[in-house]
Design a protein around this ligand. Structure first.
Ligand SMILES: NC(=O)c1ccc[n+]([C@@H]2O[C@H](COP(=O)([O-])OP(=O)(O)OC[C@H]3O[C@@H](n4cnc5c(N)ncnc54)[C@H](O)[C@@H]3O)[C@@H](O)[C@H]2O)c1
Length: 249
């Protein structure tokens, strides 16, 4: 028996990195996973690979910043599986660097994906949870949403902090409707995004981490698995740091 048997779970940014790792783990625990992303080729390949390994996974194109994409995706998933039990808002992009070099276009893009995308995901999936008698949300924030990374610039930290408090706000408002919302705050883990951030910032984060290393995506995925499962049935509005001790310092 799996920890997520019969659950239908939407994972944004599911084509690679943590999104792919969570999708694979959830499918191994019995969930029907819907991977959503804008990297269609990678997403199709990830869903096929999970299916080949015995899991239930499909891929669907979804730009998290677009209202019409959310409307269509939720209608399609409900039409096909008759319900949605869980949502992981994981899609995100890095910021435009330090303040004085930061362009307006970069600011708008980071806010649109990281913050508006998370807002829209919750806004469109919660009515589906209500129709189904409950649901669980896991929002992937970052340690940077609690304690900014030196040199990484303001937009990533600002949007990840917004995700942290949006999660708590939704947790309070929907607690009586059996809808839980929690945030995960990873430290550095090894993906394309951690490569994009650059060696000097990545090395500084690892050095500041008491465990002295980066995580694997799977180590972070296990935290999301617990929060989205019924094992966390009395946990809502919580922030779970998966950071090797970084925010404890
Ligand atoms: N990698 C790290 O060290 C680290 C640390 C802390 C937090 N995080 C957070 O973990 C999450 C996953 O990060 P990752 O390292 O796997 O990143 P990644 O870049 O490997 O994956 C992010 C995915 O989001 C997708 N995406 C981007 N814009 C999108 C949009 N508009 N609509 C839908 N999908 C979109 C990308 O195509 C990609 O597949 C992110 O929320 C990130 O902020 C990462």
């Amino acid at each position: 028996m799996g920890r997520l048997d019969q659950r239908v779970i939407v994972v944004t940014g599911g084509s690679r990195g943590l999104g792919e790792a969570m999708s694979r783990l959830f499918a191994q625990e019995g969930a029907q996973v819907v991977l959503c992303d804008v990297r269609d080729e990678l997403g199709e390949a990830a869903a096929s690979s999970i299916t080949r390994d015995g899991g239930l996974a499909i891929y669907r194109h979804l730009d998290v910043s677009q209202v019409a994409d959310w409307e269509a995706a939720v209608a399609e998933v409900e039409g096909r599986f008759e319900k949605i039990d869980g949502l992981v808002n994981n899609a995100a992009v890095l910021g435009g660097g330090p303040l004085l070099q930061h362009t307006m276009d970069a600011w708008d893009r980071v806010v649109a994906v990281n913050q508006t995308g998370t807002f829209l995901g919750m806004k469109h999936c919660i009515p589906a949870f209500q129709r189904n008698g409950g649901g669980a949300i896991v929002n992937i924030s970052s340690c940077a949403g609690i304690k900014p990374t030196p040199g990484a610039g303001p937009s990533y930290a600002a949007t990840k902090a917004a995700v942290r408090l949006m999660t708590k706000s939704i947790a309070i408002d929907f607690a009586k409707q059996k809808i839980r919302a929690n945030s995960v705050h990873p430290g550095r883990f090894q993906t394309d995004m951690s490569v994009e951030i650059g060696d000097s910032i990545s090395d500084a984060v690892t050095e500041a981490t008491p465990m002295g290393r980066a995580a694997s995506p799977r180590e972070v995925a296990y935290a999301a698995l617990w929060l989205i499962s019924d094992e966390a049935s009395f946990v809502t509005g919580a922030e779970l740091c998966v950071d090797g001790g970084l925010t404890a310092v």
